[in-house]
Design a protein around this ligand. Structure first.
Ligand code: NAI
Ligand code: PYR
Length: 314
């Protein structure tokens, strides 16, 4: 696997999500080189020009619109290419269109001689992360899906509001499909240092029904945003930047990503959102939470729904 001093990201797909991610990479100075690749070459060129004009205000970075041969020496290929949801569409509805697009993209990337890590955000992200693993032939720890990183951030934001605590001090997870069958892990949710069950017992903060409503708002957030402005992109862009930092800085950070399960949680041969340790090699290990029975059942249901869709793809 390539490890060099010059860090290079190849971004495939410079639509709403991709260009927001590129802006976050530039703002946070996450790499030395950023190549933008899109089937709409003019869009990639325009984004490269626009981003380059921000360089005098940020850290040095080489940014250009390129092609698949530029992936050869990239440390990280980030994929945000493909169709997004129209109002009323689920993420799983995108599977046929985007799986086809991925077959050609992954083929092109691998033809370049790429030997780094994949980070996938295109929906349905769990299915397309699995497809990327299969199409690329890479070891699974080097193919990471953004999974429920955004849903977890949404949950932490809303809990932070409800308990009036900085969301960075909220430790709570959404796991499962990045989609309609995801679930909150209330049994492992902490506000600062205290488990949520403590607050419920003493009657401070939201009650059980209000917590459930917070979860519903997390689960349905994409629908609410798409209804208002057609797409969601800032949240996931920051989530992808967070993952990029964890990878390129070899952080060993615990983040909820879509990764291959090999028996953890009693599940295997599926990419699904779970907490995992992320570093320069990709996924160091999956963290197996000690779930309550009902939580485990919901996770299995989510995996079953994904497995049915996977059958259509690989
Ligand atoms: N994982 C997550 O949490 C999130 C995922 N998404 C997903 O990200 C994806 C992108 O969404 P947006 O940026 O809003 O869409 P968009 O339509 O703005 O951008 C998609 C880009 O992909 C490009 N593209 C299409 N086919 C291509 C191909 N064969 N090769 C290279 N580029 C190609 C298009 O030209 C376009 O620039 C969608 O699938 C969306 O559902 C969006 C938000 C959150
Ligand atoms: C679109 C999408 O997947 C999200 O905002 O969660």
């Amino acid at each position: 696997m390539k490890v060099s001093k010059v860090t290079k990201i190849a971004l495939i797909g410079t639509g709403f999500v991709g260009s927001s991610y590129a802006y976050a990479v530039l703002n946070q100075g996450l790499a030395n080189e950023l190549v933008l690749i899109d089937i709409n070459k003019k869009k990639a060129e325009g984004d490269a020009m626009d981003l380059n004009h921000a360089l005098p205000f940020g850290s040095p970075m080489r940014i250009w619109a390129g092609d698949y041969s530029d992936c050869r020496d990239a440390d990280l290929v980030v994929i945000t290419a493909g169709a997004n949801q129209q109002p009323g569409e689920t993420r799983l509805d995108l599977v046929d269109k985007n799986a086809k697009i991925f077959q050609s993209i992954i083929g092109e990337v691998m033809k370049s001689g790429f030997d780094g890590l994949f980070l996938v955000a295109t929906n349905p992200v769990d299915i397309l992360s699995y497809a990327t693993w299969k199409y690329s032939g890479m070891p699974a720890h080097r193919v990471i899906g953004s999974g429920t990183i955004l849903d977890t951030a949404r949950l932490r934001y809303l809990l932070g509001e409800a308990y009036q605590v900085n969301p960075q001090n909220v430790h709570a997870y959404i796991i499962g499909e990045h989609g309609d069958t995801e679930l909150p892990v209330w049994s492992h949710a902490h506000i600062g240092t205290r488990p949520i069950s403590d607050y419920l017992r003493e009657g401070s903060g939201p009650n059980q029904d209000e917590l459930e409503q917070i979860f519903v708002n997390v689960r349905d957030a994409a629908y609410h945003i798409i209804e208002r402005k057609g797409a969601t992109y800032y949240g996931i862009a920051m989530g992808l930047a967070r993952l990029t930092r964890a990878i390129l800085n070899d952080e060993n950070s615990v983040l909820t990503v879509s990764t291959l399960l090999r028996g953890e949680y009693g599940l295997k041969d599926i990419y699904i959102g779970v907490p995992a340790v992320v570093n320069r090699s990709g996924i160091r290990e999956v963290i197996e939470l000690n779930l309550q029975e009902e939580e485990l059942e919901k996770l299995h249901h989510s995996a079953q729904v994904l497995s049915q869709v996977l059958k259509k793809v690989v």
